[in-house]
Design a protein around this ligand. Structure first.
Ligand SMILES: NC(=O)c1ccc[n+]([C@@H]2O[C@H](COP(=O)([O-])OP(=O)(O)OC[C@H]3O[C@@H](n4cnc5c(N)ncnc54)[C@H](OP(=O)(O)O)[C@@H]3O)[C@@H](O)[C@H]2O)c1
Length: 290
């Protein structure tokens, strides 16, 4: 196996894409640091790495990337990374009318600000080396806003796409390449965490969106049952780091390929379809211009 140019950091490494990518990096000979939010989750990552026969290459690191000061404070204790994968994220499921400012800020802290903070911390070493890779795990929902009740998730991922495009231009001259990964729906822990947020909202008797939450959770259950396992996304993340010329964007999954083409479909159709699915198909607007 050829010598690697340096170690890799994966955020949110105990579950889903982050776990898959960490194990795959290590199986290909990369020293891999993975952030997790608790010692128990560090054990999950450590045990998975041990079972995969790569225990000595995987270094679980307890760090909540949404605590931006903690990321900066810990950075001096970490090695100079060749690649960072900003993967940690969740969906703050909720109608825009229901989501509080604090909940919205938390969503942006995790999905948008943390990737910028991690990238900023990693860049000085990458510039010094004259090479590096930053992978941003976005979503098909970073390209098209088609999911009612996921407004803040959409906003976080649209923001991440914009930020990544700008970062790519800013750091290209230093030999650092930025790639965005845009998965469709895959079977990971994210659906369960969104469902638990939705369940709390269903309990809120003053919300007029309770039925929509119920229907969304029901639809998500069905879609998730047929969703593919996360392996192909993990492979894509690793190839975005290993490729000499990574793509700017990797669309992963048939649903993502279709969704990212929906800007070509008139909004009147996509609005009607998504409102029907969530039960938000009330009388709608009287304005024929809508
Ligand atoms: N699965 C999909 O269908 C899909 C599709 C498109 C994009 N994505 C994106 O893929 C990335 C990985 O998600 P996944 O699907 O692999 O989900 P996952 O299995 O739930 O893993 C998410 C990871 O992010 C961490 N995380 C969640 N909330 C956090 C918070 N508040 N602060 C810090 N870390 C947090 C989790 O840590 P804990 O275990 O401690 O919560 C976990 O390690 C996310 O950015 C997500 O938006 C997923």
């Amino acid at each position: 196996m050829p010598t690697k140019p340096g170690p890799i950091l994966v955020t949110g490494a105990n579950s889903g894409f982050g776990l898959g990518a960490s194990l795959r990096f290590a199986s290909r000979g990369w020293e891999t640091w993975g952030t997790v939010r608790s010692p128990e989750k560090a054990d999950v990552l450590f045990e998975a790495a041990r079972k995969a026969g790569v225990g000595e290459l995987v270094h679980p690191t307890v760090l909540d990337v949404s605590d931006h000061d903690a990321v900066i404070d810990m950075w001096d204790d970490l090695p100079p990374f060749y690649g960072v994968v900003n993967n940690a994220g969740y969906s703050e499921m909720g109608a825009i009318e229901d989501v509080t400012a604090a909940e919205a800020k938390r969503q942006l802290d995790v999905n948008l600000i943390a990737p910028a903070v991690v990238a900023s911390c990693a860049l000085p070493a990458m510039r010094k080396r004259g090479s590096g890779r930053i992978v941003m795990v976005s979503s098909m929902f970073g390209r098209v806003a088609i999911a009612p009740l996921q407004g803040w998730y959409h906003a976080s991922k649209f923001g991440l796409e914009a930020l990544s495009d700008v970062l790519r231009m800013e750091v290209a001259g230093f030999g650092v390449k930025v790639a965005i990964v845009e998965p469709g729906l895959f079977k990971t822990g994210i659906e369960e965490s969104a469902r638990s947020i939705a369940s709390e909202r269903i309990e809120n008797v003053s919300s007029v969106y309770r039925e929509a939450y119920r229907r969304s959770v029901g639809a998500a259950d069905v879609f998730t049952r047929f969703a593919p396992p996360p392996d192909i996304v993990a492979r894509t993340i690793v190839s975005a780091v290993e490729s000499r010329r990574p793509l700017r964007r990797y669309v992963v999954g048939a649903d993502a390929a279709i969704a990212t083409a929906t800007p070509l479909v008139p909004k009147v159709f996509t609005d009607a379809a998504t409102r029907f699915l969530t039960g938000l198909s009330g009388p709608g607007s009287d304005n024929p211009a809508d």
